[in-house]
Write a protein that binds this ligand. Structure first.
Ligand code: IMP
Length: 195
């Protein structure tokens, strides 16, 4: 069976990617299978750069095709922030709660029609057969207060278009049908099939 390695240590991302790709005949390894791979730096200024850097580094190290996900939340009122620094918006090592609190604090009093935001995921597959990049966006808006306990990151404060519930109030199945990651993976699935 063909194998790929996910260039992430984020267990939530891993679980979502594995679930969405479960029907492919593909063995999906993670960095837990390669504990010696050093922690990957994310110093790029775009999702695309970071995604490519992660996939490249992990492929060099493992010698098998690597799939990287770089993703985050873009808030229009904040000119696209937190964006590439979503994971560390409230500082290095910040918890999801701290990041959500900082963001909601900056959005306090901002009217509903100006709370538009989108999640973006950029996936890179890096292997001996070349590099493929796909992207997925999920449009929505920011909630006033966190709601729900499913998922991770900014899930409790993001309401995808077409729903009144936050990502964290959706079931995993519901989120995996419409999420930014699911959309990027729908495009990548074709590439994985062909390879
Ligand atoms: P990365 O590891 O640099 O790609 O950081 C991604 C960060 O973006 C995560 O730590 C979360 O804060 C946020 N993020 C990405 N995807 C999601 C999602 O599906 N739900 C909630 N937050 C997400």
């Amino acid at each position: 069976m063909n194998r790929i390695v996910l260039a992430t240590r984020n267990k939530h991302k891993t679980e979502e990617i594995k679930t969405i790709l479960k029907d492919l005949r593909l063995e999906i390894l993670t960095l837990n299978d390669f504990p010696d791979v050093p922690v990957l730096k994310e110093e790029g200024s775009t999702f695309r750069e970071n995604s490519l850097q992660k996939a490249h580094a992990v492929h060099l190290y493992t010698k098998i095709p690597a799939l990287a996900d770089d993703s985050g939340l873009e808030v229009f009122f904040l000119n696209g922030r937190p964006g590439v620094i979503s994971a560390r918006y409230a500082g290095d090592g910040a918890t999801d709660e701290e990041n959500n609190e900082k963001l909601l604090g900056q959005m306090r009093g901002v009217a509903p029609r100006r709370r538009g935001a989108q999640f973006r995921a950029v996936l890179t597959l890096f292997g001996d057969n070349g590099t493929e990049v796909t992207e997925g966006i999920c449009p929505g808006r920011l909630a006033e207060l966190p709601r729900g306990t499913n998922g991770f990151g900014y899930d409790p404060i993001f309401i995808p278009d077409g729903f009144s519930r936050t990502y964290a109030e959706l079931t995993a199945e519901e989120k995996n049908l419409i999420s930014h990651r699911a959309r990027a993976l729908a495009a990548m699935r074709q590439v994985l099939r062909e390879r």
